[in-house]
Design a protein around this ligand. Structure first.
Ligand SMILES: [Mg+2]
Length: 178
């Protein structure tokens, strides 16, 4: 259960406080693709997200995509953003996150995982002791299995509030869409 608790919850990648990450000595981002940077299954990334990644790079962050999507999909966005990618990541398994860290030449305390799912992004990151940032999914179009997980996520987030593991305000951010 503790491994499902994100370090921070943000409305979207745009709300991530990069200065705060820098203060934590974090200089790398392992970023999910679907519903984090691109609405699930969409072929194109909106310009604002491309700009966000570029901005993070300009501020000294190394960025790697870590996605459960098929490799060609992950690679097409990596090419667009001029960053590395690990596709077919099988998150929450640790292997892809480790590969991402190796590609960025950073260690677990120097990176943050950014993603929209508790059971893949947050769980996988926390298991490796990585700082985890949960964001709201960009769209509700997703796999049926993911939709079921969303309902479970909501329940778990509610429990986290009761236990004082996350603030009600943060849970509210997440519930905004449901
Ligand atoms: Mg996702």
């Amino acid at each position: 259960m503790k491994k499902l608790v994100p370090d921070v919850i943000c409305e979207s990648v745009f709300a991530i406080d990069l200065d705060k990450l820098k203060k934590r000595q974090i200089s790398g981002l392992l970023v999910d693709i679907d519903n984090t940077l691109v609405p699930w299954g969409e072929p194109e990334m909106e310009e604002a997200f491309v700009t966000w990644v570029k901005g993070a790079k300009q501020r000294g962050f190394k960025v790697c995509l870590v996605s459960n999507a098929k490799k060609p999909r992950a690679q097409s966005f990596a090419t667009l953003l001029e960053i590395p990618a690990v596709g077919l990541a099988l998150k929450p398994l640790g292997r892809a996150f480790r590969k991402g860290m190796a590609l960025l030449d950073l260690r677990s305390h120097e990176v943050a995982v950014v993603g929209d799912q508790l059971f893949t992004d947050v769980l996988g990151g926390n298991r490796l002791g990585i700082y985890t940032i949960l964001i709201n999914p960009l769209s509700r179009n997703e796999l049926d299995s993911t939709k079921i997980m969303r309902r479970i996520e909501q329940k778990i987030l509610g429990h986290m509030v009761k236990r004082g593991q996350i603030s009600a305000k943060h849970a509210q951010i997440r519930q905004g869409r449901d």
